[in-house]
Design a protein around this ligand. Structure first.
Ligand SMILES: *Cc1c(COP(=O)(O)O)cnc(C)c1O
Length: 396
């Protein structure tokens, strides 16, 4: 693998590292990319090596050159001590939690978390004897009041992927670490490029690689990275479960990694321009985007983040559900669907009111999340403009 630091000792810039991380051409007959290693068995040269389990690779559940290339690259990008690749973002969340928790523990989880993570806590973790308390994502250092003697982990997500509350991760980490608890962050929105998790005090960082790392809606993948303190425990838990992704998936993730910063910078530009355009529409009550000056957590976002991405939400002024459906159903460019971070734009109506327990979600109108893709912005605006016309016609 190429080095993070150049000959001068200066840390190379992220774009350079994305282009070079996790590649060892000299070990691949000079080919630029690490190829797809398909395999289970690894042959040992002799009995002594086999009995000692000696060698860079011993069995494919523990890694292949393809999976290891992705993990090495992610260690570099995330500024981590260790990283493991798993077959989905949700698997990354469950692996991180099972790395940190044991029976009898208490877990704090942000009320804004990815819904399937909440379902995992309320079902499997509950069955395993872990109690979960949900907290207000804007709690900051006041999370101290929720800590119990057996609180061993806090699952944060910043910003929440639908409602976009930004959390004070350094403050939460300070409280957690004073009591020996593990800080887990779902960092999918920002990626390590816009929020370097371990520098900000996170112990275990999750990335749904399905989103901006893959970038093409053709891949499910997750990553968990760890700081020095949690590196061994993460690797050991991963090995115990053997939830290893396929080599083709790791290869596609590495391909996505090479252009991730370019796509993120474009998502940032297009997302912001679209957010400002929506904020000026009379049909719109509020645009929820942390990089907009009027967002409740804008100052925190500015302090801790290095950029924003193309995923944000907006709230319509009150209209009946049929008007929202009329607007969304006729969209030509925006697809209706889950996930995000692909080259194609998506729209998703959402309502968290029914499952939030620590905070109330009452935005005052129907909420829609957008993932801005790589299409021309004028074309996307025209698509939404026609949608607003349908909304007005349906209301009348
Ligand atoms: C999509 C998503 C996940 C899960 O990723 P999958 O690969 O779809 O399992 C986790 N966290 C957030 C914030 C997500 O948006």
């Amino acid at each position: 693998m190429s080095e993070t630091r150049g000959q001068s000792g200066r840390k190379k810039k992220s774009r350079t590292r994305l282009a070079h991380a996790g590649r060892r051409p000299s070990e691949q007959f000079g080919f630029v990319n690490t190829p797809i290693y398909r395999g289970s068995t690894v042959l040992f040269p002799d009995t002594a090596s086999l009995l000692a389990n000696r060698g860079a690779y011993t069995y494919a559940t523990k890694g292949t050159p393809t999976t290891r290339a992705l993990e090495e690259a992610w260690i570099d990008v995330a500024g981590a001590a260790e990283a493991v690749a798993v077959p989905s973002g949700l698997a990354a969340i469950t692996l991180a939690l099972l790395t940190a928790l044991k029976a009898g523990d208490h877990l704090l989880v942000t009320d804004s978390c990815y819904l399937p993570a909440r379902m995992f806590c309320d079902s499997v973790l509950k069955r395993l004897g872990v109690e979960t308390t949900y907290y207000d994502p804007r709690i900051g250092a006041d999370i101290a009041a929720l800590m119990r003697p057996n609180t061993t982990a806090i699952l944060t997500e910043s910003p929440g992927s639908q409602t976009l509350e930004v959390q004070d991760i350094p403050a939460i980490a300070e409280v957690a670490h004073a009591r020996g608890a593990c800080v887990v962050l779902d960092n999918t929105w920002a990626t390590p490029l816009f929020f370097p998790p371990h520098e900000r005090g996170v112990d275990l960082a999750i990335e749904a690689g399905t989103k901006y790392l893959a970038g093409h809606s053709d891949l499910l993948l997750g990553l968990v990275s760890a700081n020095e303190k949690w590196a061994k425990r993460l690797r050991a838990t991963y090995n115990a479960f053997a939830i290893c992704p396929g080599p083709e998936d790791c290869f596609l993730a590495l391909r996505g990694l090479r252009t991730m910063e370019l796509r993120l910078r474009e998502a940032e530009r297009a997302g912001l321009e679209m957010a400002r355009w929506l904020a000026a529409r009379e049909e719109v009550a509020e645009v929820i985007h942390p990089a907009l000056e009027n967002h409740a957590d804008h100052a925190l976002w500015k302090r801790d983040f290095l950029g924003s991405t193309g995923l944000f939400s907006f709230v319509l002024k009150p209209v009946p559900p049929e008007a929202v459906a009329a607007m969304l159903d006729g969209l030509e460019l925006f697809g209706l669907g889950y996930s995000w971070g692909g080259f194609e734009s998506l729209a998703l109506p959402f309502d968290c009111a029914s499952y939030r327990t620590a905070t109330e979600w009452a935005p005052g109108g129907p909420a829609i999340r957008l993932s801005i893709g790589l299409e021309d912005l004028d074309d996307l605006k025209e698509d939404l403009d026609a949608g607003f016309a349908r909304l007005r016609a349906s209301k009348a």
